[in-house]
Design a protein around this ligand. Structure first.
Ligand code: ZN
Ligand code: ZN
Length: 482
């Protein structure tokens, strides 16, 4: 295989006439020619298609399902080819959901990486969440020194108020003899009275064991029993020492909240499975920006110091009527430069008078009238009209007074807490995307995959379900969402 060149022999895609070509590697190479001469047939339909096909072939069958099939191009041979990516020419889109990563589809591969080898963490306490089989739990417990005394516990009530009399009754009926209540062991033949208004934690003692190799099958039975009773959670208490908590589910043993099996769509901010629920994946909210509606605070209100759609002061406008009434009620002049007005006055003008009512004097050619009303404030007025209007023109007009502020739920990172709690090499997908290209490359070069990561990357057990369309990253060569 040539290291220095990509050698294409017998390319016949589309109108290519069985051509041979040698292209230098690791160089910027430009293919030029007349329209219809076969530039894209060579670059995209032959070289890229084969590079991508070989890359996809190298992945597990599981990953391949998400990436879609690529047919072998009509070519005799291509040597010196690495896995290839293509960045199509695309017209820039106005869609605020698109990023360079999504438009070029590179983000799709990143999502696949996070779905395959990411480590989920509890969004509340940050503890790594591992789903363990009974066998794996047994193996870990058997690593305690021989002679260690253990309790196998099934936590069935977690910090819940009440006397829980029925729980004890049921445990007694099921043949258990001991429980641990708020850390204290009781036998079930004694009367256990709990304070009704306090929170209690109740664990059934499923078994008491001393570690030695011969206990393996009994240990497995007990852990299975405990896990069944406590919805996947088993607590192993080393007597005189501490508790070890094991979970058979993708869930924090303390905070619960089960997580789905990781999938690529969980890392898409354009998919409900991954998007931050508050900003629906946009990462920002559009808010009226005070600096944009008061561009020059040395002007007074009457001079038009507040610029906002529908709030012009010229003529006998409704806006002027409100301002005059405000100045009357709060004792300020419409001719004072805005920068010299008291802060609370500006706040009332922008954010309203709350429950305080204004006396509005309407003057018209038919005489004048007075009525009382509250005032919502210019900022609130603009934001309400922005939400309510059906006119694209008014929306655009009001939008010119808005700035985007980061969503406080996701801090502008666009993904749900659960998705952001999944890490590869200690960082989440959003932190990865904040890297410069050089930083990203260094990170990937230094990334050491755990044994599990390598195993999952190359061979993955068959999933319980075929990928849904939303999971499929590429269909017919174009991204499902960009
Ligand atoms: Zn937790
Ligand atoms: Zn958000």
């Amino acid at each position: 295989m040539s290291e220095k060149n990509i050698v294409v022999k017998g390319a016949r895609e589309h109108n290519l006439k069985n051509i041979d070509v040698t292209i230098p590697r690791d160089k910027l190479v430009v293919i030029t020619g007349l329209s219809g001469s076969g530039k894209s047939s060579l670059a995209f339909d032959t070289i890229y298609a084969e590079g991508r096909r070989r890359y996809v072939e190298s992945l597990s069958s599981y990953a391949r399902m998400f990436l879609g099939q690529v047919d072998k191009p009509d070519v005799d041979s291509i040597d010196g080819l690495s896995p290839a990516i293509s960045i199509d020419q695309k017209t820039t889109s106005q869609n605020p959901r698109s990023t360079v990563g999504t438009v070029t589809e590179i983000y799709d591969y990143l999502r696949l990486l996070y779905a395959r080898i990411g480590t989920p963490h509890c969004p509340v306490c940050g503890r790594a969440i591992e789903q363990q089989s009974i066998d794996q739990i047994v193996d870990q417990v058997l690593e305690f020194e021989e002679g260690t005394k253990l309790l196998i516990l099934a936590p069935i009530v977690k910090a819940k108020k009440g006397e829980h009399a029925k729980i004890f009754e049921k445990a007694r009926k099921d043949g258990y003899t001991r429980v641990r209540v708020d850390g204290e062991i009781y036998t079930l033949d004694e009367e256990i009275t709990l304070e009704k208004n306090k929170k209690h934690t109740i664990e059934i003692v499923v078994d008491r064991l001393v570690i030695k190799p011969s206990i393996r099958s009994r240990l497995a039975d007990s852990i299975e029993t405990a896990s069944k009773l406590a919805d996947g959670i088993t607590v192993v208490n080393v007597i005189g020492d501490k508790d070890y908590i094991f979970s058979q589910k993708y869930a924090c043993p303390i905070h619960g909240g089960s997580m789905d099996e990781l999938s690529p769509r969980m890392f898409s901010f354009n998919n409900p499975a991954g998007a931050c629920p508050k900003c629906t994946g946009l990462g920002v909210f559009m808010k009226i920006d005070e600096a944009l509606i008061i561009p020059d605070s040395t002007k007074s209100i009457r001079q038009g110091g507040i610029k906002a759609s529908g709030w012009a002061m010229e003529g006998s406008t409704i806006a002027l009527m409100y301002m005059e009434s405000l100045s009357e009620k709060y004792g300020f002049s419409l001719d004072t430069p805005i920068c010299e007005l008291p802060k609370d006055v500006i706040h009332k003008v922008l954010y309203g008078t709350g429950t305080e009512r204004l006396k509005l004097v309407r003057r018209s050619e038919y005489g004048s009238g007075t009525y009382e009303t509250t005032f919502e404030g210019i900022v609130n007025n603009l934001e309400r009209r922005f939400r309510e209007t059906k006119s694209a023109w008014i929306k655009e007009e009001i939008e010119s007074y808005m700035s985007s502020i980061p969503c406080d739920e996701c801090a502008g990172k666009r993904l749900s807490r659960e998705s952001l709690s999944v890490t590869v090499g200690g960082i989440n997908i959003s932190e990865f995307c904040d890297f410069s290209i050089v930083e990203a490359l260094n990170f990937l070069d230094e990334l050491e995959l755990s044994e599990r990561g390598v195993r999952h990357a190359v061979r993955r057990r068959k999933p319980a379900y075929p990928p849904r369309d939303a999971d499929r990253l590429v269909s017919n060569g174009s991204p499902v969402y960009s």
